[in-house]
Design a binder for this molecule. Structure first.
Ligand code: FEO
Ligand code: CA
Ligand code: CA
Ligand code: CA
Length: 603
């Protein structure tokens, strides 16, 4: 046998790949359901009644399609804490009885009442949980800090250079300083001072127009900001909300879309606090917002813009993180946003998005820093950033390293490949490692390399590259969410979307080696029920608990690979996970993983 390349840093027996109606975890671990869509999260909240849903009830219950999960410890033992969970989007055909799949041009079955339930199911939940004597976690329904955040009800402040700008003003908010709610919150992050960052991803999909050509494409000819809208895909018309709420109709409220696509900061310790949209972090399809520190103590956030040919960003605060919470609150308002250029020689250059520098001037369409931030994508275009294969989550480590998940990009032509995005029609994605100069996350440049090229290593045409000892169970496609554990180990969750048929594998969680002789080796730890993607991964600080968010079970490409790949309906889902009750559709749920007999996970 070939010499063994080293000892795996992930101490568990690899789970076997597959795809069936339920979830699976590596042997020796429990994976229990903690929170499901509809679970009441307040003492007086109504029980979930799936046949008689209302927006009022949904506002008191756990929302839909859990994505990011953050954990805030509430005691030194770590046996009580707050879960901060994003609710990214809704699948109306699986949520509502009798609705079926909607024609996205007309939404004939939708009503205002259903749209309001969808809005109430978006946003976020803050839920207290406690670990009982038996080691199992349970929801504390009367937790004083429990909170629902939604695009229907939650007032949010705008701050930073774009706040108050005329392009941020609407008829409901002539000052351009307050927005109702947040949309499509995907991955996220926690700050060192314990606030929660919710990234607004595909906000464009919520905007509507009545002006469409005969193919249903939006006609932007009357819009003063038509070029900017087109660059962001506004209006996407994925949801019918604009039929009932004028603010989502660009014919009536053209600036509302400028007020989404930001990173939102929430203080989970104060349920009355007003969340803040920080415009200094730029406007794009924010996938995540994982934080770290520079060598001199400034806050650094790595961020992907998840769309084909979009960019990788990082934000560096002006001031340093301190014990002063009021001072920390300003770190996300005053700092520098950078976009990445990945040179062929292995250099990663961080280009500052600062008004007045280089092409970011009035003569190129940027009259102020507000324009640079509202039109971040256009500013990054002007700087010559590197268009990537859909940048999803990023996981930094304290040593000046960051890992960027690039999920796939089937539209990249051979003529458009480059060193950092080397595969044409990349179906399975790759992971890029960035090592900042001097090991400092604030550095203006670093070195990049590809950690793994995803897909089946046994099919030559795929062009995958893994450590050769990676088994048939360990390779994966379409990295999406990721996490760095307390021991500096990288964990990667996948989202193959409606394309999972290309691997035959369900989505799951993998431990991917980044160091030593096993660099590029991957092992499967957990896998999802059919049609779900895996989000979250979040470890408690003691490493004994792992929270996973199973999103949209039973939907992606389960019966029909056309359209949105959402073939299941309420009446005929591909799985009824996790209840397996014939009266209940599948429910997105947070799963809690613990080791049987106790102890740290994978150690
Ligand atoms: Fe919401 Fe890019 O995943
Ligand atoms: Ca994601
Ligand atoms: Ca993450
Ligand atoms: Ca995703």
């Amino acid at each position: 046998a070939a010499a063994h390349a080293g000892q795996s840093r992930y101490a568990f027996d690899e789970l076997h790949w597959g795809n069936d109606e339920t979830h699976h975890v590596a042997q020796g671990y429990d994976a229990d359901i903690l929170l499901r869509w509809g679970d009441p999260i307040f003492a007086d909240a109504p029980d979930f009644d799936v046949m008689n849903q209302t927006a009022d009830a949904q506002l008191q219950q756990f929302g839909y399609n859990n994505d990011y999960v953050g954990f805030v410890p509430l005691n030194v033992e770590g046996s009580r804490g707050l879960l901060c969970v994003n609710h990214e989007y809704t699948n109306e055909e699986v949520m509502f009885p009798g609705l079926g799949r909607q024609d996205k041009a007309e939404f004939a079955g939708m009503t205002r009442a259903l749209a309001d339930i969808e809005m109430a199911a978006h946003g976020g939940s803050i839920v207290e949980i406690a670990r009982n004597a038996d080691g199992k976690w349970a929801v504390v329904r009367d937790g004083k800090l429990n909170r629902r955040i939604s695009p229907l009800t939650t007032a949010m402040a705008l701050d930073g250079p774009a706040a108050g700008h005329p392009r941020m003003q609407t008829s409901a908010d002539p000052g351009g300083l307050e927005v109702t709610g947040t949309l499509n919150n995907c991955a996220g992050g926690m700050t060192p001072w314990g606030t929660w960052l919710m990234a607004e991803e595909n906000f464009h999909g919520y905007f509507w127009t009545d002006k469409r050509d005969f193919e249903g494409e939006p006609d932007l000819s009357g819009q003063p900001e038509a070029a900017q809208m087109a660059r962001y895909g506004v209006p996407g018309m994925w949801y019918a909300w604009g039929k009932y709420h004028n603010r989502f109709n660009i014919d009536k409220e053209p600036n509302e879309a400028n007020r989404f696509g930001w990173v939102v900061e929430v203080d989970p310790m104060d349920p009355q606090s007003k969340p803040v949209k920080h415009t200094a972090l730029g406007r794009f399809a924010h996938e995540g917002a994982e934080t770290t520190l520079s060598k001199d103590g400034r806050l650094v956030i790595y961020m992907g813009d998840d769309a084909r040919f979009e960019y990788v960003y990082k934000y560096v605060s002006g001031g340093v993180v301190s014990e002063d919470r009021a001072a920390n609150a300003r770190l996300l308002s005053d700092g520098t946003l950078y976009v990445a250029r990945f040179e062929a020689d292995g250099t990663c250059r961080w280009l500052p998005l600062v008004h007045g520098q280089g092409p970011l001037t009035a003569e190129h369409g940027f009259a102020s820093q507000a324009d640079v931030l509202i039109d971040t994508r256009l500013a990054a275009d002007a700087l010559g950033a590197t268009p990537m294969d859909r940048p999803e989550d990023a996981s930094p480590r304290g040593d000046g390293t960051a890992y960027m998940m690039l999920t796939n990009n089937s539209r990249r032509k051979a003529s458009q490949t480059d060193a950092a995005n080397p595969r044409p029609e990349s179906r399975f994605g790759h992971i890029v490692e960035i090592k900042e100069d001097g090991g400092d996350h604030a550095a203006a440049s670093g070195r990049w390399s590809i950690l793994v090229k995803c897909g089946d290593p046994d099919i030559a045409d795929v062009g995958a590259e893994w450590h050769p000892e990676t088994s048939e169970h360990g390779w994966f496609g379409s990295p999406d969410n990721s996490a760095m554990d307390a021991d500096g180990r990288l964990w990667v969750a996948t989202d193959q979307g409606s394309k999972w048929g290309k691997t035959g594998k369900s989505d799951g969680l993998y431990g991917v080696e980044t160091e030593g002789g096993l660099r590029g080796h991957s092992k499967l730890f957990f896998r999802c029920p059919v049609g779900a993607e895996l989000c979250g991964p979040c470890f408690t600080p003691d490493g004994e608990t792992l929270f996973l968010a199973v999103q949209h079970p039973g939907t992606d490409g389960t019966k029909d690979l056309k359209g949105f790949g959402r073939a299941s309906t309420f009446e005929d889902p591909a799985t009824r996970w996790p209840d397996f009750d014939p009266q209940m559709p599948p429910r997105p749920s947070v799963v809690v993983v613990t080791r049987q007999g106790g102890g740290k996970i994978a150690s």
